[in-house]
Design a protein around this ligand. Structure first.
Ligand SMILES: Cc1cc2nc3c(=O)[nH]c(=O)nc-3n(C[C@H](O)[C@H](O)[C@H](O)COP(=O)(O)OP(=O)(O)OC[C@H]3O[C@@H](n4cnc5c(N)ncnc54)[C@H](O)[C@@H]3O)c2cc1C
Length: 413
């Protein structure tokens, strides 16, 4: 039997979320032949890995994508926060508008270097390409190792698989992690009638509105979002930092508002021993650090735009609670809101650091013609958000175009 010769293209883009599609739009504009391979449907993550009530924490004007008309900014653009379903439909409409060459239901299973680029093995057969752009998002929920010590039978779910309160049994819930996902899910569960205990480690606090405008309008005006990855003081830390405690809308969501709603706020989950959750005594420090950083951010805004605004009240730290029973009925389920990360395990190349993260310099990896996009602070702070894809895709495709124009270029193998 003869072996099938894989179809050849100049660029394979893996993943059809907004980041991959933005790259496709730029490649199309440069006339560069490419295909997009997507394991599910376009915007698969937004259809399958978000809870029902989720709204973007970024306002409508931050949904700009290359090739779409830019919104004419007005005050209302501060107040529009899309639901996950609306983001899925925005991204799907975008794929149609730019006529992206997406092959849906094609899972990429292995990418390996060859003499003339890369062999991309998929669930439906191989492709061959000189260049590969990984745009597979952060699709894997991270749970701490101590999760293995949960009492047998205690239901637990990662935020990536959480959909709605009715998914959990009645009774108290321990939510671990106080970034955007943790505080939003804690608020929703408390409002549904559960007693929520929220375990809080290092977190990033921000008021929803400041000086009469949405916080992102100021963060943008102060130039914070345009700080480049190679100018950020500690980019490794910046890339790991948790998301702002924010929820789409006009209301602030932080440890103070959660406590007003009845959520019990405790320190970081430090251990699980004999059916008891043990919390660290570091909450006071964590809250003080978050307040300090919040005031630094607001100082930066004030220094840039002039004047000052009313500062949020410092975080109110309750009397310490250092343990809670997971077996007496006090807590009947656990939600891990402990982060998400990419899954590049299909990549057969020497590009990973000691923590298993892909090494890259602003999205350009070591092997020739291998790029990655859609990661936090990839090329600028804005890269963390949908809005970052415009500039990131322009930079990466410009690098790729220069590479293709060089007759002496190396290939991966
Ligand atoms: C809970 C949550 C809330 C968020 N809130 C905001 C927000 O408020 N504002 C904002 O701007 N952004 C928000 N983000 C989105 C964040 O900006 C994006 O997730 C990130 O920028 C990555 O986008 P992406 O297009 O690279 O990835 P995704 O949108 O995740 O797309 C990746 C695609 O790759 C596909 N894929 C993965 N592996 C494979 C494979 N092996 N083979 C083929 N296809 C594959 C997936 O199916 C998926 O369709 C949020 C994300 C999460 C998880």
């Amino acid at each position: 039997m003869t072996k099938r010769v894989p179809p050849r293209t100049t660029v394979v883009v893996v993943g059809a979320g907004h980041s991959g599609l933005a790259v496709s739009q730029r490649l199309g504009a440069e006339g560069i032949d490419h295909v997009m391979l997507e394991r599910g449907e376009v915007a698969h993550s937004w259809r399958t890995q978000r809870w029902d009530s989720l709204r973007l924490l970024t306002p409508g004007w931050m949904n700009r994508l290359p090739g779409l008309p830019e919104p004419v900014l007005g005050p209302a653009d501060d107040d529009e926060f899309l639901t996950a379903a609306q983001v899925a439909s925005l991204v799907t409409g975008y794929a149609d508008t730019i006529s992206a060459p997406v092959h849906e239901n094609v899972g990429v299973e292995r990418v390996s270097p060859t003499d003339d680029g890369y062999l991309v093995e998929t669930s439906t057969g191989p492709w061959s390409a000189e260049n590969v752009v990984l745009a597979t998002g952060s699709v894997r929920g991270v749970t701490p190792a101590l999760a293995a010590d949960l009492p047998p039978g205690l239901p637990s779910v990662h935020a990536i698989d959480y959909r709605r309160p009715s998914q959990l049994p009645p009774g108290g819930v321990l939510v671990v992690g106080a970034a955007a996902s943790g505080v939003q899910i804690a608020a929703e569960l408390q409002a549904s009638g559960r007693q929520v205990t929220l375990a809080v480690g290092e977190h990033v606090r921000a008021p929803r509105r400041y000086r009469g405008r949405d916080i992102f309008a100021w963060i943008d005006a102060a130039g914070v979002l345009d700080e480049r990855w190679d100018e950020v003081e500690d980019v490794v830390r910046a890339r790991r930092l948790s998301s702002f405690q924010l929820v789409g809308g006009t209301e602030t969501l932080d440890l103070n508002t959660l406590q007003e709603a009845g959520v019990r706020v405790v320190g970081k989950l430090a251990g699980l021993r004999e059916g008891t959750a043990l919390f660290s005594g570091s909450l006071t420090n964590m809250a003080a650090l978050a307040d300090l950083k919040l005031n630094r951010l607001l100082n930066t805004i004030d220094e840039t735009v002039g004047g000052t605004g009313e500062r949020p009240e410092p975080t109110r730290v309750p009397a310490p609670v250092l343990s809670a029973s997971l077996t007496s009925g006090e807590i009947r389920s656990v939600v891990w809101a402990t982060g998400i990360k990419p899954d590049h395990s299909f990549l057969d190349a020497d590009v990973f650091d000691h923590k298993g993260a892909i090494r890259h310099d602003g999205g350009v990896t070591g092997p020739a013609g291998l790029y990655v996009t859609g990661l936090p602070v990839l090329r600028r702070r804005r890269s963390t958000y949908i809005d970052g894809a415009r500039a990131d895709s322009a930079d990466l495709v410009s690098h790729l175009t220069r590479r293709l124009a060089d007759p002496t270029r190396r290939t991966a193998g």
